[in-house]
Design a binder for this molecule. Structure first.
Ligand SMILES: Nc1nc2c(ncn2[C@@H]2O[C@H](COP(=O)(O)OP(=O)(O)O)[C@@H](O)[C@H]2O)c(=O)[nH]1
Ligand SMILES: Nc1ncnc2c1ncn2[C@@H]1O[C@H](COP(=O)(O)OP(=O)(O)O)[C@@H](O)[C@H]1O
Length: 218
């Protein structure tokens, strides 16, 4: 049996899916990185959050977010339909439960682009499944440049996001891994390495107990 089998689709169903949580200050690159990571690993699933913020140009309902009204969001939240939810930048954001549980039960890995509050709540609920990665920008100056270059927010919103950056970064120590997103290809490579190593973690492979028992009896 080659080691590759442990992380590949051949063993799907024999391993519970892991929850790969990416957080960063706005503009550090977590959306772009998670999209590229999923493009390179088609067996990964993105958790699409619900939000009350308005769509940016190019964003699609159901693909980037489920865009919803505050009243409906709060109804769903109090009905227990979210794994976790939080208020970020004056808007509500939440992780719908159904698709995540379905994917994990099928042994698929799920990527979450959520803030530190969401990372904390997921860790409380599923400490063995969560792998947390904090994405840092190379500098605050480059962070602002990226927010401007993205050209999807007004100056006022960009200023608000910059003001929040340090309070998000303050939580970096709660994460398992930290990746500085300077060279994009290198940061993506590091995320792939984290994903592949975490897939091999012994505790994610309960079938090993039986495998080793049988081996010892040979
Ligand atoms: N707790 C939580 N945070 C979320 C969720 N979805 C998105 N966020 C976070 O909300 C913040 C704002 O997201 P967004 O408005 O898309 O701006 P962006 O960070 O510039 O892409 C980011 O820190 C996201 O990671 C969610 O379902 N739960
Ligand atoms: N390593 C990088 N170097 C330069 N620009 C980047 C890099 N990573 C992401 N970007 C750009 O920075 C902007 C913000 O990235 P995005 O993924 O939207 O960030 P976030 O989801 O963290 O808010 C986008 O225009 C993206 O193309």
């Amino acid at each position: 049996m080659s080691g590759d089998h442990l992380s590949g689709p051949a063993f799907r169903g024999q391993r519970r899916g892991l929850m790969l949580v990416l957080s960063s200050p706005s503009g550090a690159g977590k959306t772009t990185l998670s999209q590229r990571l999923i493009a390179q690993n088609p067996d990964l699933v993105l958790s699409v959050s619900a939000t009350t913020r308005t769509p940016r140009p190019g964003e699609q309902d159901g693909r980037d977010y489920f865009f919803t009204q505050e009243e409906r969001f709060l109804e769903q939240a109090f009905d227990g339909q979210f794994y976790e939810w939080a208020k970020v930048f004056d808007h509500y954001y939440g992780t719908p439960k159904g698709p995540v549980e379905e994917a994990l039960d099928e042994g698929r890995d799920v990527v979450f682009d959520i803030d530190w509050q969401g990372a904390r709540k997921l860790t409380e609920q599923a400490p063995d499944d969560v792998v947390r990665v904090f994405i840092l920008p190379p500098s605050l100056k480059l962070l602002r440049d990226r927010l401007k270059k993205r050209a999807q927010d007004t100056d006022e919103i960009i200023n608000g996001r910059m003001e929040r950056a340090k309070s998000e970064i303050a939580h970096w120590g709660e994460y398992d891994y930290v990746v500085v997103n300077d060279d994009f290809a290198l940061a993506l490579e590091k995320l792939n390495q984290i994903l592949h190593a975490e897939r091999l973690r012994r505790t994610r492979h309960p079938w090993l107990d039986g495998f080793v028992d049988a081996l010892m009896e040979e």
